[in-house]
Design a protein around this ligand. Structure first.
Ligand SMILES: Cc1cc2nc3c(=O)[nH]c(=O)nc-3n(C[C@H](O)[C@H](O)[C@H](O)COP(=O)(O)OP(=O)(O)OC[C@H]3O[C@@H](n4cnc5c(N)ncnc54)[C@H](O)[C@@H]3O)c2cc1C
Length: 379
């Protein structure tokens, strides 16, 4: 055994990646274990977590995502004492527009929404235009309204996890890219840019890089596909008050927009496959966003104040990958959260921590955990 192994820091669990996934599970685990949270960048949350659209939608994603979103609601509405000084969610509402040529999709969409969001209602043109008067009436023929959609305060949730993690004695190590993973003597030896750490369990919460981190451990990929999504901020015309508008998308998820501090956050809802990287917005995607949104909301948008892009990482069935990898002792996946990693973070962090600590699960959690197992992709 090398000197670096004998002198390096030892933990019960090493979590790789300080985005919302890593921060959430690290916070949970630090209540009872010695945990290191290791991040390549000098700032936690620099990648996808810092780039989201910050919306909570119960009727979004796969069935298991919807379960996790609903299960996260109580935490988001009433977080533990000292978790945050500000509310984690704010009322918003979400309006899904249905043009006349999309009407045949409406009944199926409503039926699926109502399974997780029983209160969704179908709105008539007058009700739609009362909510968003600037819409083109051709887009306001039918819509589905979810009054329980919320804005998320992503920074408050993320900082709550990180602060609580540190208070529980957890160690956050930044500028510490994991460069090698080796298993021996019943422990993982994790070589980082800041030295080598040791623990029997490694949690792979490395977002778009999850397959690459697994490769360092000698594991074949599970098929993570990072997909770029673009967002931009535009200023509405003078005198147009948008702050009370709901989040608006269309039934084919071709675009969305929502109020953001008196302006509009817009997206073309792009899903372009990408290598793991520091994603940047493409001019073409910005132009597509403006074109699609102008058709529904003719505001004469001329100037984009700010734009960014982030990677939403998916596996083939669109649900996260959570659990121990049967191919490597103590290697735990927490990846593939797609476009739902913030809104599911309380319930997913809790479930993942119970699995990583090998604790007993309740009946509903067992059902969810079965749908997330990494071995569903192993032949
Ligand atoms: C435009 C956009 C809109 C979105 N809107 C929403 C929304 O409205 N609601 C919602 O719930 N979700 C939304 N999402 C999705 C959400 O942001 C993600 O699901 C979530 O942030 C993923 O978190 P993560 O921790 O897995 O990834 P990340 O935040 O990317 O964290 C992974 C971390 O791992 C680190 N890392 C990688 N490799 C290594 C290594 N070898 N060593 C050390 N560190 C490493 C990276 O540096 C990174 O910091 C949106 C995403 C985008 C891009």
């Amino acid at each position: 055994m090398s000197d670096s192994r004998t002198n390096g820091d030892s933990f019960d669990i090493i979590v790789v990646g300080a985005g919302i996934a890593g921060a959430g599970i690290a916070w949970e685990l630090a209540a009872t274990a010695r945990v290191a949270l290791v991040e390549r960048e000098d700032q936690p949350g620099y990648h996808t977590t810092g780039r989201s659209a910050a919306v909570y939608l119960k009727g979004y994603g796969t069935e298991v995502i919807r379960d996790l979103t609903v299960l996260s609601e109580a935490f988001l509405a009433r977080p533990p004492a000292d978790f945050s000084e500000v509310p984690l969610i704010h009322p918003r509402g979400a309006l899904t527009l249905v043009r006349p040529d999309q009407m045949e999709k409406l009944d199926r969409y409503l039926a699926r929404q109502r399974r997780h969001v029983p209160h969704v209602e179908q709105l008539d043109p007058k009700a739609i235009l009362d909510m968003v008067p600037a819409l083109d009436p051709a887009y306001a023929t039918a819509a589905v309204y979810d009054g329980e959609a919320r804005d998320l305060d992503v920074d408050a949730i993320f900082q709550g996890f990180l602060r609580g993690f540190r208070q529980r004695g957890g160690k956050l190590i930044t500028t510490a890219e994991v460069e090698a993973l080796e298993h021996g003597d019943g422990r993982w030896h994790v070589s980082t840019a800041q030295g080598t750490l040791h623990a029997p369990v490694v949690v792979n919460a490395s977002g778009a890089w999850a397959d690459q981190l697994a490769a360092l451990a000698g594991l074949a990929p599970l098929g993570m596909v990072p997909k770029r999504r673009t967002a931009l901020i535009v200023r509405p015309p003078d005198g147009l008050e948008v702050s009370g508008w709901p989040c608006v998308d269309d039934i084919d998820e071709q675009f969305y927009f929502r109020p953001e501090a008196g302006k509009l956050l817009c997206s073309p809802a792009d899903t372009t496959p990408s290598e793991p990287c520091d994603a940047q917005p493409e001019e073409l995607d910005i132009a597509i966003a403006i074109d699609r949104i102008e058709k529904a909301l003719p505001l004469g948008i001329r100037r984009v104040e700010r734009s960014w892009a982030g990677l939403r990482t998916f596996v083939a069935d669109g649900s996260p990958v959570v659990g121990f990898d049967p191919r490597a002792e103590g290697f735990f996946w927490l990846a593939g959260q797609g476009g739902y990693g913030i809104q599911t973070s309380p319930a997913l962090s809790h479930l993942a921590a119970q699995l990583a600590a090998r604790l007993e699960l309740g009946e509903k959690e067992q059902e969810i955990a079965a749908a997330l197992r990494p071995d569903r992709f192993l032949g």
